[in-house]
Design a protein. Structure first.
Length: 425
């Protein structure tokens, strides 16, 4: 993301809301054990300086990804702001099988230049020569410096066939940046093609870019849980993936590769290109790392999923048209509200746990100090808590798909509800 006076507006709200989401929960429970023919895969995670508001969010998301990798037997090398210097970053990424970058993105085309400058674009924003040992991201003061594709291609030495994951970096998934109009499909394709080309030139077997909350952690988990899975399936298995929003193209700059653009409604209810892939969708991680198929490995006991989606405050509304007085709920867009409105059910736990259908999405003051994690109909409120409606807000825990831990048995409020999954230990 280019640093201008307006700042990284599209992620400020997420930084405010980070304490509401997941905490230290594992996002994807580890799958069957994976045996490695050689050394375990190495995952390198880079977090560049993005200012005092945004960097803590990126560090949180980075650790979610690190935990997913370590729980699956991978080694993790970290290069986090305020120590994301070029030297430290190159050390961390050397021989890495998977590289994840969080930070400012500088893509092309952009509003600032009519020509592509390889010294600054399609690369990473790292600690600059005047870094103060903080997360300050001022180009003018020299605390941030863009290391573009030329620097990456000259200096990066990852493992052959590595996987590159960009998380929450402007331009990388096709979108532009905060304050700019949504790109056309042609512009989004150019963003992804330009950003992915240096990595494919370096020998990457796949390029993923995601703006979804904890999207990088989910990608790492899916890649390591099933190294034999084609990259196309790994991409499609994101919970927020919508086939209707997918457009595929031959990569305009890499022979034999494809570019997948995914347009959907997500942050702040905006429809944009939040998710992308480049490479050969039929390739697999196991051919790169030497991982055996999970089915061929001796699996350790796998923990049952907990499915915690969010903890925070719930508000209320009278009822949903068409549902009468039946308990219903609405979720913020950032928690999948729109994606869940067709078939989604969530378990909501306060004084009691109940499972209710998600029938709408809500602004829910998302991106402010007053953010709510769910909006309950009055009937759902009464089912969840003994607090009167006059309280206005109530603390709750929200579990996706009804997956809840032991001791929080949900009430079945609808005769047509899906079966309640077994409780986790």
């Amino acid at each position: 993301m280019m640093v201008r006076s307006r700042g990284p507006a599209r992620w400020t709200g997420m930084a405010i809301a980070v304490t509401l989401l997941l905490g230290s929960q594992t996002l994807v429970p580890p799958g069957p054990g994976v045996a490695y023919a050689n050394a375990p895969p190495k995952v390198a995670i880079v977090v560049g300086p993005a200012g005092s508001d945004i960097t803590p969010l990126y560090l949180h998301l980075a650790e979610l990804a690190a935990v997913e990798a370590e729980e699956r037997g991978a080694t993790v090398a970290r290069a986090y702001s305020p120590d994301a210097t070029p030297e430290r970053v190159l050390e961390a990424t050397t021989a890495a099988n998977i590289i994840i970058y969080f930070g400012h993105g500088t893509g092309f085309p952009n509003p600032y230049s009519e020509t592509l400058n390889p010294e600054t674009v399609n690369g990473w924003g790292l600690q600059g020569p005047a870094s103060l040992g903080t997360h300050d991201d001022s180009l003018a003061a020299g605390t941030l410096r863009y290391y573009g594709e030329a620097w990456l291609e000259a200096n990066l030495r990852p493992a052959p066939g590595f996987v590159m994951i960009y998380s929450n970096a402007c331009y990388a998934p096709g979108a532009s940046e905060g304050g700019q109009p949504r790109p056309t499909e042609e512009e989004a394709l150019a963003h992804v093609a330009n950003y992915s080309r240096p990595m494919l030139d370096l020998g990457a077997s796949a390029y993923f870019a995601t703006d979804f909350y904890a999207g990088a952690a989910g990608l790492v988990a899916r890649l390591l849980d099933d190294p034999a899975a084609p990259y196309g399936r790994v991409f499609r298995d994101d919970p927020l993936f919508d086939e209707a929003g997918l457009a595929t193209f031959p990569h305009p700059q890499a022979a034999g590769a494809e570019v997948w653009l995914h347009r959907s409604i997500y942050l702040d209810g905006a429809e944009d290109y939040w998710y992308a892939f480049a490479g050969d969708p039929a390739r697999q991680l196991d051919a790169i790392t030497g991982a055996a198929s999970p089915a061929a490995a001796a699996p350790p006991p796998a923990a049952a999923p907990v499915g915690l989606l969010a903890t925070g405050r719930a508000s209320s509304y009278p009822s949903q048209p068409g549902y009468g007085e039946r308990p219903t709920a609405a979720l913020p867009e950032a928690l999948g509200g729109r994606a869940l409105t067709e078939t989604g059910w969530v378990a909501v736990c306060g004084d009691r746990c109940v499972i209710v259908p998600v029938v709408d999405s809500c602004p829910c003051y998302w991106g402010t100090d007053d953010a709510r994690v769910i909006n309950l109909s009055h009937a759902a409120w009464a089912a969840v808590t003994d607090d009167p409606l006059a309280e206005g807000l109530v603390d709750v825990r929200v579990y996706r798909d009804g997956l809840i831990p032991a001791g929080e048995a949900p009430r079945r409020l609808y005769p047509d509800m899906p079966p309640i999954p077994p409780a986790a230990p």
